[in-house]
Design a protein. Structure first.
Length: 189
C-alpha cells in the first residue's frame, strides 16, 4: 500500500513540475515578444534546470518501482509484476483547481469540518469541472477516487502555504486567517 502511495506522489510531483515548465515557456514567449531577451534567456536557464530535475525525479521513480517490485517475489522466486495503466497527463482536474472550492466549503462550514463534509461540498461546487477521469479509482489504490486524492494533495499544498491549519485534529480541515484573506482577495477563476 505504501509503495502505491509513493508512486502516486511521484506522479503528482512530475505533473506539477511539468505545469511549472509550461508556465515558464509562456513567460519566455512573453519576454521575446517584449524584446526582453535577457529575461527570456534567464527563464530558459530555469527551464533547463527544471527539466534536469524532472529527469532526476523520473529516475528516482523508476528506482522506487524496482525496489517495490522486490516485494512481489513469489514463492518460486519469480517477480510477479502487477501492471496498471496510468492515466495520461492532463486528463485529471489539476490540484490548483480545488483551492477555491475547498476554502469556500470551509468558510460555509464555519471554518472547520471533517474531511468528508468538506469533500462533499467540494464535489457539489465542482460538478461542472470534474470529469470522467476524476471519478475513476486510482490504479494504485482502487478504493480511492482520483479527484478526492487530488483534493487531499491540494489541502497539503495549502497547509504548506499557511492557508489551512497544520495542527488540526486528524481528519479535520481548518481554514486560517490567511486562507480567508486569500479567498477574499482572489477573483473567481
Amino acid at each position: 500500500m505504501i509503495e502505491n502511495e509513493v508512486n502516486v506522489a511521484f506522479e503528482i510531483l512530475l505533473e506539477e513540475i511539468e505545469l511549472v515548465v509550461h508556465q515558464l515557456n509562456e513567460s519566455v514567449k512573453t519576454a521575446v515578444d517584449a524584446k526582453d531577451y535577457m529575461k527570456a534567456q534567464q527563464t530558459i536557464e530555469e527551464i533547463k534546470k527544471l527539466e534536469d530535475f524532472h529527469g532526476k525525479i523520473q529516475a528516482l521513480q523508476k528506482e522506487w518501482r524496482n525496489l517495490a517490485a522486490g516485494r512481489y517475489v513469489t514463492r518460486q522466486g519469480k517477480i510477479r509484476r502487477v501492471t496498471k495503466e496510468r492515466l495520461p497527463r492532463g486528463l485529471r482536474t489539476p490540484e490548483h483547481a480545488f483551492r477555491r472550492p475547498i476554502l469556500e466549503a470551509l468558510v460555509e462550514l464555519g471554518g472547520t469540518a471533517p474531511i468528508d463534509k468538506v469533500l462533499e461540498r467540494v464535489e457539489t461546487k465542482m460538478k461542472d469541472v470534474l470529469n470522467e477521469y476524476d471519478y475513476q479509482p486510482l490504479p494504485s489504490s482502487p478504493s480511492t477516487i482520483r479527484w478526492r486524492n487530488t483534493a487531499q494533495w491540494s489541502r497539503q499544498t495549502m497547509v504548506a502555504e499557511g492557508l489551512l491549519k497544520q495542527d488540526s485534529p486528524y481528519g479535520i480541515w481548518e481554514i486560517t486567517a490567511a486562507g480567508r484573506k486569500w479567498l477574499n482577495n482572489e477573483s473567481p477563476e
